[in-house]
Design a protein. Sequence first.
Lengths: 167, 748
Amino acid sequence: MQHFKVKLFAVTNEAAIEGAIPVFHRWIQESALPGVLVDVADYQHVPNGPGIILVAHDGIYSLDTFNGKLGLTYTRRTVLEGSDLERLRQAVESVDRAAALLEASPEFSGKLLFDRSRWEVAVNDRALAPNTQDTYLALKPVIEGVFPGRALEHVGERRELLRVAVG
Amino acid sequence: MKASNSYWKESLAGKLPEPLGSELDRYDNEVQLKKQGKIEDKVFAETRLRRGSYGQRYDNGQRNDGKAVRTLEYPQAATKGPNTLFDAPGMQRIKIPYGGMNAEQLEVMGELAEEYSDGIAHVTTRQDFQLHFIHIEDAPALMRRLAAVGITTREACGNTVRNVTGCPIAGVCKTETFDVTPYAHALTYFLLGHPDCQGFGRKFKISFSGCRDEACALAHMHDLGAIGVVRDGKRGFEVLVGGGLGTVPQQAKLLSDFIPEEELLPTAQAICRVFARLGEKKNRNTARLKFVIQKLGIEEFRRVVGEERAILTPDPLWTAFLKDVPNYEEKPARPPALLQIEGARDIGFERWRKSNVYAQRQEGFATVTVSLPLGDITADQLRKLADLARTYVRDTVRTTVEQNMVLRWVSEADLPKLYAELAEVGLGEAGAGTIVDVVACPGTDTCKLGISSSRGLAGELRSRLAAKQWELDEAVRGLHIKVSGCFNSCGQHHTADVGFYGVSRNKGGYTVPHFQVVLGGQWEKNAGAYGLAIGAVPSKRVPETMERIASRYLEEREANESFHSYIQRIGKAKAKLMIEDLMAVPAHDADPSFYVDWADAREYTIGDIGVGECAGEVVNPIDFQLAACEREVFEAQLALESGDVGKAWRQAYDSMMHAATALLSWRMKPVGGSGHEVAANFRAAFFDTELFFDPFAGGKFAQYYFDAHGRVGAEHGEDETRRVIEEAQLFIEATHACYGRLSAQKAA
């Protein structure tokens, strides 16, 4: 599978996400994340939307409120070599690294904390991963490889991307 | 690039309508050939534009990060156009003729926004959808998925017939002459890919309206605006031609007050042929239809079109669609029923009903406007909207030029339930068509031409106004605000009560984002009048400017006076006085926030050139001189309003000559002499060297000055003078920009 989308939820929904605008711009200035960091966009006006996004060549980071839950998401856009496990691990590490940087930034210090026991894994490609029980079962061992011992739940409705809550 | 692109090619092979399927196969191959460097940049650029694949900001691989210009090190060195990197994300425009969509199409739009873009689908000011941050290699798969549900991106950009727009309530409107939808549909597909429309020097925009007096489809700002008319019981159209906004806005002129329905398609074909034949091809800045009409005059244009019409080979398609016109009548999903009054209702619902619900001419039915902030909608919201379109209406959804969507044929009794379901997914916002419903083009967010952050400003205005919208007087609540990121007017600022377009100014060696304030445009009467610029305020002072304008209007308006009439009555001079104190910019040290645009954190620059470092130095004389030029062009507007056309023309010309003199003096030290000498010196120093050239518009603005100089001593009509005043304003803006660029280079 390709194009994993991984979200790490915040402990609460309280943080003012506009603080991500200067943080993401600074990351571009400082090349704080690997890869080509392109630009920042503000979608705070969209309810339960992408919030503030950082567009990179390989993927998009968003401090978003999709489904009414604040979290940091990394969505892989380009093809990645390796096994499914390695691809998922890359996405999880990307979001984890960015989350740690956000938590440490002066704009969010003490105001935004992520709950590393609550994740969501999705596959952002309906052709490669149609949202069916079969695909979920195929994906399950891959997720278990990255999150051993965690409870998994296939969530969302059939038209959505295949989404798995990791608790 | 997505790993599934080949899957879509294979799984949809043979299932797409022809010739679209074959065309997309060819396009896919062209993308691959371009990747291998086997197609010339210019050729591929036009190829992808004709498929709706646009460039996006920073696609030249350079971006100012607020401290320095940074090279974006994409993996591939390949390009997809001149100075446009193959790997750089781009924008995909998707044509939605007259905004008409069904539930399945909404769902696919959501899937594409999620899988290829940033999770957002964006409704434009011409009823299109746009997806941003798209990889060019994904475009063919995306297009195949659209084609599978009956949507094409063909000719969404480039020198083509663009999306044909139409009134979103056509067919359910209480004041229309008849439903223009079948005609908009027929003309769309008749001209799509038509051989007579392939040789344009520039784009060509068409709209359909059912009423003359409503905003409808803004006929006056289109190359071809068709307004439904019935004469002696027979359907036909009033046809307007040569309208447009852009740098020099032009109201369309009347080609014919009645063209019978069977003549609509051949007449449009004849106009297209004339445009292809006589339109400018080399200089894109003078290549729109309005310039052909300006050159020929409307009488001669009418004669030439008539002549062209007479020699057309008859085509059965001209009238074949007429037999299908009755089939366009829409059917509701549920029976008509009046809204039941059941005691006190939720205040949110009542507010929403007041602003977002339109009682159709068909009793018991309503059209509901779904407000989309800045035209943005998520994939989840699109899916929910698709569900609602199936439950409450029969696929009768349309996008609007105010960047919203409408659901037509809602049984009135269903309104409370529908509202509740919309609100559940954040789509139940009230205020459609009011002051909070701020329209904005993409601006500096993603557009290569953007000067200031139109979306940032619109978002700020929207959130401030939303907080107090219910305290506002009805007259103020009803105002329209439209914002463009630059002079190209994609936000349609000329047609708003209060419009803004992005410009920049220099202050102490720093560049400051500004917006020109444009007052008194008329949305109604099919964009019946355009506003005029009264002065530029710093971006960060726009909200205060808006408040000032609104409160003065409220204090000074006469009974039931519209904003348009109010501005006409008080005149531009008084209007400018209203905001003059807000034009000042504090020094960088005093308030650096003025030097950062809305929704951004970077120090502002234009053209990705770093700012200078002369904060706190004394004001350069050129700043004063350019301010004087702005005053001159403003006075030219006043002279025109008072009917002194000759004086107005002279002042507009003088303002350009003085701006040129100011730039020459700043660059080369004292310059004097006659108008001829100034023009010659300016040409040698700034035009021939291309120093004055706008990165995208090239030498267009300098040409305005030279053209006016060539007309010194001639007779000047009112239309010409109005145009020269607009051009003078733009020349002065370009002078500011040139001064800013050269200052920054000097400082570096």
